[in-house]
Structure formats: structure tokens, C-alpha cells
Design a protein around this ligand. Structure first.
Ligand code: ATP
Ligand code: MG
Length: 421
């Protein structure tokens, strides 16, 4: 029989690596908590049309990366339905916002999520078919201040703080404004005009994008097309006064709190309901997959999926890529137990478990002996797994005095059982 393996593009996460994952997630929960965010957990699968409308039919995600299936009806009362494993989480959060009428509270909703996402991509370093995102959304009625540039700056400052707390250095924040729903058509028209005489010189992908979604040409990484792209019109020159002022206020707030950034006029999001601020944090250590996270404003998204007007701003971080960055910067070793308790005969097994129970209740990390009852082997194993070994033999049982060896100092001492506990 052939052996079964994890599906291509999916991975098992094992200790000690999982400790790093938990550390990253605990740090996110703590830092986001300081900004008064609450956690949201949405289903792993949704109605396919949520993503078609909430992410956009013409995106790579929807057009070629989704895991979609026809879910059969199981009873006459049920209808067959097209379902999709979530490829991202913003659409789910905004659906929940609408479904639970969170806008009726009149308050700004500040929600974060941590969980797996699914995209059928070509697997490579930093790119998987099941991957994890840590993200957040600030969304609410305009009266709650959801459009305020302060929100954008606060989210960016939170991200800078989060990365710094994790000890990730050398990140770059790139930021741009893609303007409002009225700026965009003027810019796209100018882009089409500028592309018309040069697009035949570009790669096939860009020739297609020039027709279907010219904004996407700006995203292109094709090395041969870079110079042509750099000469295309810049969106900054097409922003109306309101969008310009909004962007300037975001940047001024970032300046005030010392968050460094680089304005990148080519950073765009190709969809109509993405508005004003867009941003990306990159990290040089990641190679080709250098984006740690992406985000921006989506003032029209809620209406696009049938909800009330609810401007918002959010981001999604690739947790897998955060972990890769951290692993490159530090060596990870397994956590050692505080004590390895070695029973030296079968008769001591109950006493070993009892002692372990008491020490674990004190919050210590305890490993219990292997049951071989051989001194040499116990020491060898204990030295790999724990900081100290406790020997439990007949002597120890009768006197209540335990033999303890500290591997760091190689010191062996006699300690009363009551003292250890
Ligand atoms: P990329 O250009 O790398 O494909 P994207 O534009 O598809 O990124 P977003 O949809 O903005 O990415 O997702 C936000 C973040 O999620 C990315 O910056 C990245 O860190 C992470 N991410 C996206 N797709 C994957 C994947 N297949 N595997 C691992 N991480 C991913
Ligand atoms: Mg992608």
C-alpha cells in the first residue's frame, strides 16, 4: 500500500516550532488588546458568492485559487449550494458585520482574527495552499469615525508595534493612496491612454491586464516591463482634494509617532471598493515571497455585498512568513522540562506520578522516567529533556530525601521531598 502524506501545499506544524506559532499569536492577542480590538472567528467555509462579490471575480484569488465545491442537498428542505474554503477573511468579517447588524450599535467595530486560509497556488517557500493569517478590521458607520485618517494611522502604528514586539527588524512599510471611487475612473482612463502605445512591448500577462484591469499592470514584477511601468502616470496626480488631504493626514500622524514609511505610487489594489490608503509591509529576508502583510481601506465593500454603508480599514498578515522571518533570526530549541523524575523500580511508579502531579500543580513542567529503571539510561534521557533529574528509589521512598542533579551545574544534592514541592 502506498503511504499517505499531507496534501501538497499543506503542512504539519510540530513542536518546538508550534511554540513559536503560539508565541506569535499570544503577542498578537496582547498587542491588539492594547488597542482595544476583540477577536472574531468566522466559519472556514462560506457561500461562494461572498468571495465572488467580496474579493472580486477578476482577482487571481477568485479566478483561479479557490477551493470550491457543490454541496449536495441532504434533504428535500435543503438546496444544493456552491461553497468555498475561505481564501481570506475580510469578506467573512464584513458578512458577519452585516448579518449581526453590528452597525446598529453606532460604534466602531475593531475586530481581529487568527486562522487558516486556503488558496490553490503553486507551493513554494512562504507560499502554501493552507496558510495562516492574522488580520484585523476597523469598520463602522461614518458617524463613528470609520473614515478618519487617524484610524489608518492607528492601524499602521499598531502593526509597527506588533512587529517590533516580536523582534522582527528590517521591515519596510510601503504606503499609497488609490483615491476615491471618483478619482479612480479618471486615473484608469489616463492609464489606458498611456498603455495603448506601449503595451505590445510588455509581457503577455501585462498585455492582458492592460485590457481587463490596467491597475494590475502596476503590480507586475516582470523585470523587462519595470521601466515602462515607472513611466506610467501616477495616481497621486489624479487624487481629488479630499483624498489628498486624507492621505496627508495619515502620513502626518505616522510622522508624529515616528513610524517610518516609504510612499510607493505603484502600490494599488485593483478593485473598485478599495479606496484611499493601501499599504504593504515587506521584509528582505523572505526572498521572492517578501510581503509580510497587506491591507488598506475598503470604504465600499459592505455595500458591495449587500450591507449598509460601512467604511473600513484592515490588514492581513501571513503568519507562515512571520514565522519564517523569526526562524531566520533565531535558533529554536525545544523547551526543557524543569524536572525529570526517574523511578528506579516498578514499586516507585505510583510515587513518581504522585510527585509529578504535585509539581505540575505548582506550574512546573515535568517529565516522568521511561520505566526502564536503569540509572545510566535515565540520566542520559533526562539530560536531553530536562534541566534537573530527581531520583526516586527505595532509599528515597523510605527517608523522604530525594537525590537531585542539576545538569547546568553538574551538582548533585539531597533535598527533602517537602522542600522541592
Ligand atoms: P502575494 O503577492 O504574496 O501572493 P497576496 O497579494 O495574494 O500576496 P494578500 O491576499 O494581500 O496577499 O494576503 C495578505 C498576506 O497573506 C500576504 O502578504 C502574505 O504574507 C500572506 N499570504 C498570501 N497568500 C499566501 C500563501 N499562499 N501562503 C502563505 N502566505 C500567504
Ligand atoms: Mg497571491
Amino acid at each position: 500500500m502506498s503511504t499517505l502524506k499531507a496534501v501538497r501545499g499543506t503542512r504539519d506544524l510540530l513542536p518546538p516550532e508550534t511554540e513559536l506559532w503560539n508565541h506569535v499569536e499570544a503577542t498578537a492577542r496582547r498587542v491588539f488588546g492594547h488597542y482595544n480590538f476583540g477577536e472574531i472567528r468566522t466559519p472556514l467555509f462560506e457561500d461562494t458568492s461572498l468571495f465572488a462579490r467580496g474579493v472580486g471575480e477578476e482577482t487571481d484569488i477568485v479566478s483561479k485559487e479557490m477551493y470550491t465545491w457543490e454541496d449536495r442537498a441532504r434533504a428535500q428542505s435543503e438546496k444544493a449550494q456552491s461553497l468555498t474554503l475561505r481564501p481570506e477573511n475580510t469578506a467573512g468579517v464584513v458578512r458577519a458585520y452585516i448579518e449581526h447588524k453590528l452597525g446598529d450599535t453606532g460604534l466602531l467595530q475593531k475586530l481581529f482574527y487568527i486562522g487558516p486560509q486556503f488558496r490553490r497556488e503553486r507551493p513554494q517557500k512562504g507560499r502554501y495552499r493552507q496558510f495562516w493569517q492574522i488580520g484585523a478590521e476597523v469598520i463602522g458607520p461614518i458617524s463613528a469615525g470609520s473614515e478618519s485618517p487617524l484610524r489608518d494611522a492607528e492601524v499602521l502604528e499598531m502593526l509597527a508595534t506588533f512587529l517590533n514586539e516580536l523582534g522582527i527588524e528590517g521591515w519596510t512599510l510601503e504606503i499609497n493612496s488609490v483615491g476615491s471611487a471618483t478619482d479612480r475612473p479618471r486615473y484608469i482612463a489616463a492609464l489606458r491612454e498611456a498603455l495603448a502605445p506601449v503595451k505590445h512591448l510588455m509581457c503577455e500577462d501585462n498585455q492582458r491586464r492592460a485590457e481587463t484591469n490596467p491597475l494590475r499592470v502596476l503590480d507586475s514584477k516582470d523585470p523587462n516591463d519595470q521601466e515602462l511601468i515607472n513611466n506610467l502616470p501616477k495616481i497621486a496626480d489624479y487624487l481629488d482634494e479630499e483624498s489628498k488631504a486624507h492621505f496627508e493626514q495619515v502620513l502626518a500622524a505616522l510622522d508624529a509617532c515616528g513610524v517610518p514609511y516609504r510612499v510607493n505610487p505603484r502600490l494599488v489594489r485593483g478593485l473598485d471598493y478599495y479606496t484611499r490608503t493601501t499599504f504593504e509591509f515587506t521584509h528582505g529576508g523572505l526572498g521572492a515571497q517578501n510581503a509580510l502583510l497587506g491591507g488598506g481601506r475598503y470604504d465600499g465593500l459592505s455595500e458591495n455585498i449587500g450591507g449598509p454603508k460601512a467604511p473600513g480599514i484592515g490588514f492581513a498578515m501571513g503568519e507562515d512568513r512571520l514565522i519564517l522571518t523569526l526562524q531566520a533570526e533565531r535558533q529554536q530549541t525545544a523547551t526543557l522540562a524543569d524536572y525529570y523524575i526517574a523511578p528506579l523500580s516498578i514499586a516507585q511508579n505510583p510515587a513518581a506520578l504522585e510527585l509529578a502531579r504535585e509539581l505540575r500543580r505548582k506550574g512546573l513542567r515535568i517529565e516522568i522516567g521511561d520505566g526502564s529503571f536503569r540509572l545510566k539510561k535515565s540520566f542520559e534521557l533526562a539530560n536531553k529533556l530536562a534541566k534537573k533529574i530527581i531520583l526516586l528509589g527505595e532509599d528515597e521512598a523510605s527517608t523522604g530525601i530525594l537525590t537531585v542533579k542539576d545538569f547546568a551545574t553538574a551538582e548533585q544534592t539531597k533535598v527533602a521531598r517537602a522542600e522541592i514541592v
